[in-house]
Design a protein around this ligand. Structure first.
Ligand SMILES: Cc1cc2nc3c(=O)[nH]c(=O)nc-3n(C[C@H](O)[C@H](O)[C@H](O)COP(=O)(O)OP(=O)(O)OC[C@H]3O[C@@H](n4cnc5c(N)ncnc54)[C@H](O)[C@@H]3O)c2cc1C
Length: 393
C-alpha cells in the first residue's frame, strides 16, 4: 500500500487520517515485523513512509509544520500504531513526545522556529537526556554540570560535562535536550534544560545497548565532555526551569506510553483469540474451554479499563487541567495491565506462544519496558499517593 501524504490534519479529517494510519499498520507495518526482528533495522522505505504520513509532527503546531493534534487524537494514533512491533515507534516516538514537547512548551520563539519544523518533518531526530548512571528514578539528583563561560570565540555560553544513560534514539539524534545543573541551587531548582546539537564538539554517543525488546530502536549513553553551547541554547532562556519542563513533558509522555500499552494489549488479545478459535485439542477448539475463555475475558477487561483511564486523562490534558496524578494512574495501570495481558495471551497459545514464529513471543518481550521507562511503576505509585494525600491536607 502506498501511504497518502497528509500534510495537515484538522479535527474533521482526523477520522480519515486515523483510517489511513490503521491501513498503514495493517498493510505495511505488521507484514514487516518479522524483518524488523531479524535485522534489527527499520526498513528505510517504511521509515520514509512514516515521515511522509506526518507521524513525526503529530503534536507539533501547524505553524511549525506539524499536524497540531490534540493529545486525545495523538493517543488514538499511538494506540493504533502500537498494534505493530514497538521498534517501528522509534521513527516518530521521541520527535512527537519527550524529544520535542519541552521545546514546544517552554522554548523561545527563536528556538521553536529553528528546530520544530525539522522535527515535524522527521529530518531531525530529537532525544531527551534526563537519566544518568547515578540518577534514574531520583532524577533531581542528576550531576551533569553546565558551567557558564565563554566559548572558543569568546561568546557567552555554557560548558556541559556529564553522562546521560539509556537515551532513546541517541544513535540517530541530531538534537539532545539535556537536563544539567547550572546554578548553585540544590535539587530540582538548580536544573536547566539545554538544546545541544549532536555536532557540538565534546558530545560523544556510546554504542547501542543490547536489550530485551524494541528491536529496531536503540538506547545509548551520551557523554558531554566539556561540550560548549552558546547562551541561546538554554531552553526558554531561563535557568532553573529545566526540571519543571522535564516533568511537564513526562505528563503527556506517560499518557503516550499508556496508549502504546493499549495497542499492544489489543494486538495480543487479537492474536490469542484467533489462535484459540482455530487450535483444536480434545476434539474441540481451545476457545471452547472456559479456562481459556477466562484468560481472554480477564485480558479484555484489563484493556477496556485501561482504555477508559487513558482517554479520561487525555481529555483532561486537552482542557488544560493538571493531570499529573491521572497520567500516573493511567501509565501505572495500563503498563501493569499490559504485563498481565501479554502473559495470559502467550499462555493461550501454549508452546507456540514461546516460539518466535508467533507474534506473542515478541509482544511479551516488547511489553516489559512499559513498567520501567518514563517512571517505574513504583514511582507512579509514589506520585499518585503524594497527590492523593495532598488533597486531604
Ligand atoms: C528502553 C529504555 C529507554 C529509555 N529512554 C530514556 C530516554 O530517552 N531519556 C531518559 O532520560 N531516560 C530514558 N530511560 C531511562 C528510564 O527512564 C529509567 O530507566 C527509569 O526512570 C528508571 O531509572 P533506573 O533505571 O535508574 O532505575 P532505579 O531508579 O535505579 O530503580 C531501581 C528500582 O528501584 C525502584 N525505586 C527507585 N526509587 C524508589 C522509591 N523511591 N520507592 C520505591 N521504589 C523505588 C525502582 O522502581 C526500580 O524497581 C530509558 C530506559 C529504557 C530501559
Amino acid at each position: 500500500m502506498q501511504p497518502v501524504p497528509v500534510p495537515h490534519v484538522d479535527a474533521e479529517s482526523f477520522q480519515d487520517f486515523l483510517g489511513t494510519v490503521r491501513r498503514f499498520v495493517d498493510e505495511v507495518l505488521i507484514p514487516r515485523e518479522r524483518e524488523l526482528e531479524e535485522t534489527g533495522v527499520i526498513p528505510a522505505a517504511v521509515a520514509a513512509s512514516m515521515r511522509e504520513l506526518g507521524l513525526c509532527g503529530l503534536s507539533i503546531h501547524p505553524d511549525y509544520g506539524g499536524l497540531g493534534l490534540s493529545l486525545s487524537q495523538e493517543l488514538a494514533l499511538h494506540e493504533v500504531l502500537s498494534e505493530a512491533a514497538q521498534g517501528f515507534r522509534y521513527v516518530y516516538g521521541s520527535n512527537v513526545g519527550i524529544g520535542s514537547r519541552g521545546l514546544a512548551l517552554d522554548g523561545t520563539e527563536a528556538q521553536k522556529a529553528r528546530y520544530l519544523p525539522r522535527l515535524a518533518s522527521g529530518e531531525l531526530v530529537a532525544s531527551f537526556c534526563l537519566t544518568e548512571p547515578e540518577a534514574g528514578s531520583d532524577a533531581a539528583s542528576l550531576i551533569t554540570r553546565a558551567e557558564r563561560g565563554p566559548g572558543p570565540d569568546g561568546d557567552d555560553g555554557y560548558r556541559l560535562t556529564g553522562t546521560k544513560r539509556f537515551i532513546t534514539n541517541a544513535d540517530v539524534a541530531g538534537l539532545f535536550t539535556v537536563m544539567a545543573r547550572s546554578g548553585g541551587a540544590p535539587g530540582a531548582r538548580g536544573i536547566s534544560a539545554f538544546l545541544v546539537p549532536r555536532e557540538t564538539p565534546g558530545v560523544r554517543v556510546g554504542k547501542p545497548e543490547r536489550k530485551l525488546g524494541h528491536r529496531g530502536g536503540n538506547v545509548c549513553d551520551v557523554t558531554f565532555d566539556g561540550a560548549w553551547v552558546p547562551a541561546d541554547a538554554l531552553l526558554g532562556g531561563v535557568e532553573g526551569k529545566g526540571f519543571a519542563t522535564a516533568m511537564r513533558t513526562l505528563d503527556s509522555g506517560r499518557l503516550s506510553v499508556a496508549a502504546n500499552c493499549l495497542g499492544q494489549m489489543r494486538r495480543a488479545i487479537d492474536e490469542a483469540a484467533r489462535y484459540a478459535l482455530q487450535r483444536r485439542q480434545f476434539g474441540q477448539a481451545v476457545a471452547d474451554f472456559q479456562l481459556v475463555q477466562a484468560l481472554l475475558a480477564d485480558s479484555e477487561t484489563d484493556w477496556a479499563a485501561a482504555r477508559s483511564l487513558v482517554y479520561d486523562a487525555g481529555r483532561a490534558y486537552d482542557t488544560g487541567a493538571e493531570v499529573q496524578r491521572l497520567a500516573a494512574c493511567a501509565k501505572y495501570f495500563a503498563s501493569e495491565a499490559l504485563g498481565r495481558v501479554a502473559d495470559r495471551c502467550l499462555q493461550v497459545l501454549g508452546g507456540a506462544g514461546y516460539i518466535a514464529d508467533y507474534p506473542l513471543e515478541r509482544i511479551f518481550r516488547d511489553a516489559r519496558v512499559a513498567r520501567i521507562y518514563e517512571g517505574t511503576s513504583q514511582i507512579m505509585q509514589l506520585v499518585i499517593a503524594r497527590q492523593l494525600l495532598k488533597s486531604y491536607e
